[in-house]
Ligand binder design. Structure first.
Ligand SMILES: Nc1ncnc2c1ncn2[C@@H]1O[C@H](COP(=O)(O)OP(=O)(O)OP(=O)(O)O)[C@@H](O)[C@H]1O
Length: 245
């Protein structure tokens, strides 16, 4: 498992969304193969992922990947050859485009195969079969549960093979077996994976967890240190606020 070296460089990033300032003077190096972003609702986790994938552009500062300005790097990795980074959205319905599972996966297959249409359906079916889900091929998306649609989004991302996988709350709709399966899939990935999550058990063993608070880095270190520190503070604050401890 190797991380891109050097990876992402964020320098003095300033980001506003609407009237809100989300980041001010944020600088980070993101090189590790596995990075988790944790923190309360509204801390800026999704906003950081949106910056990396290029859905938002900073008003101040610079963002680069492997020594190249991020927008140039994204263009350089456009098809053919697969994308630099893809974002799996918190809500699968923000990601899914096609009416059936096979059609959605065909798009991913094409993204990984220079846009080719020929072979896309058989490639998608083969991939579903490898994951024991061939019976989902012609299921209408609307007939799948939220967690099942989340799983389709994950498979679509795996099949598209971007260099960097950005996952926004990927565990939120999954049952416990699904969470364990996703964590195992992530361990096997050869790409860099950056995850925003409130579900902490899959990221406790990550070499790097970044705790964001109000758009700033509150703590940054191994998951075995940062996750318990975050949990302890959340419990302490709750107990202090409610007297319920
Ligand atoms: N389109 C927008 N316009 C204005 N403010 C926004 C917009 N989207 C998000 N925000 C604000 O940006 C801040 C960071 O939001 P973000 O979605 O990055 O947080 P988050 O850490 O991912 O939260 P959650 O855990 O709830 O997903 C929040 O205060 C949010 O209200």
């Amino acid at each position: 498992m190797t991380a891109p070296s050097p990876g992402w460089r964020l320098r003095s990033i300033g980001l506003r969304r609407g009237q809100r300032t989300i980041f001010q003077n944020l600088s980070l190096d993101l090189d590790e193969a596995r990075i988790a972003l944790i923190g309360h609702n509204g801390a800026g986790k999704s906003s950081l992922l949106r910056l990396l994938v290029g859905l938002d552009a900073p008003q101040q500062g610079s963002l680069s990947w492997a020594g190249q300005a991020a927008d140039m790097a994204r263009r350089a990795h456009g098809s053919p050859g697969g994308r630099l980074a893809s974002l799996m959205f918190q809500n699968p319905d923000d990601q899914i485009i096609f009416p059936t599972v096979a059609e959605e996966l065909q798009l991913s297959w094409r993204s990984a195969h220079d846009g080719n249409r020929k072979g896309a359906r058989s490639g998608a079916l083969q991939f579903l079969e490898q994951h024991g889900l061939l019976h989902w091929a012609d299921r209408a998306m609307g007939t799948l549960s939220q967690g099942e649609r989340q799983w389709v989004c994950w498979l679509a991302m795996l099949l598209a093979r971007p260099r960097v996988l950005l996952l926004d709350e990927p565990y939120a709709s999954l049952d416990l077996p699904g969470q364990l399966r996703l964590a195992a899939d992530i361990r096997r990935c050869t790409q860099q994976v950056i995850i925003s999550t409130h579900v902490l058990h899959p990221v406790r063993d990550f070499a790097r967890v970044i705790w964001l608070e109000d758009g700033r880095v509150r703590a940054d270190g191994p998951g075995r240190e940062v996750c318990p520190a975050y949990e302890a503070e959340a419990r302490r604050n709750f107990a202090n606020a409610t007297g319920d401890g």
